[in-house]
Design a protein around this ligand. Sequence first.
Ligand code: NAD
Length: 268
Amino acid sequence: MAGQVEGKVALVTGGASGIGEAIVELFAREGATVVITDIDELRGPELATRITKAGGKAIFLEQDVTSEERWIEIVAEVGKRYGRLDVLVSNAGIGISVPSIVDMTLADWRKQNAINLDGVFLSVKHCLPLMRKTGGGSIVMMSSLAGLRGAPGLSAYSATKGGVRLFAKSIAMECAAAGDGIRVNSVHPGIIDTPIWGKMPTGATGAGQNAPIDPEERARLVTPLGRAGQATEIASGVLYLASDASRYVTGSELVIDGGMNAGGVPRR
Ligand code: NAD
């Protein structure tokens, strides 16, 4: 049976870890050729080798999503190798946590924006022309539950994810008006058990550093389903948006959060 993204070329930013890694693995199993990009030059190539050894198709290209110069090179490389790009998953992101916004430095605010928001803008600006050349495709932007609701301690992160949500809708409308066959949607994970929770940098001032967060412990308290989500549970939603099964879906937001956005936590 043909895979759900058989024959498609997909680029996944932040593809070396967590949710990105799960998307890369699922896309490769479902028949796509996957271009993994990440700043992580250790895990990225390892993942590409693992997929290739298992009979899948993947390459790794080192990339900092905040560098416009690198975006130009990456898109040129994808064009040269494959002549097309069908799926873009703008997934790379970080979360900078401070107990109070007064503890946040301007440098950290800008860093948060540069990776989570500039990186998504640059991905779309530079990938759209190649996607349009071959008749369309699907763009998936990784937002967050924090792009739908406030996130105390993660206010800068929340601002970027809210921005990603409306950027996705705006680009969806632009593409629909252009009739270019490109659909654009955002995905909103709740608390997902990935390495991001362990490496959440606190404000550069170090003022009143937050205690490290255990996603499983936190999710048990605040998630109606009573547990953290797995990266694979986000990847399956992204696969749907990338595949032709969602051909009538654009400008929408897929919330995968164990029920958190629906209301209060049920009594246990
Ligand atoms: P992760 O830390 O496991 O993976 C993030 C990846 O992005 C890493 O491989 C990292 O090297 C890469 N990255 C960081 N900065 C980069 C840069 N400048 N250029 C290129 N790559 C860079 O985290 P994750 O949980 O898998 O997060 C993936 C996405 O999902 C992020 O956008 C995050 O905000 C979002 N998200 C995560 C959760 C969660 O609970 N884990 C919830 C909601 C949204």
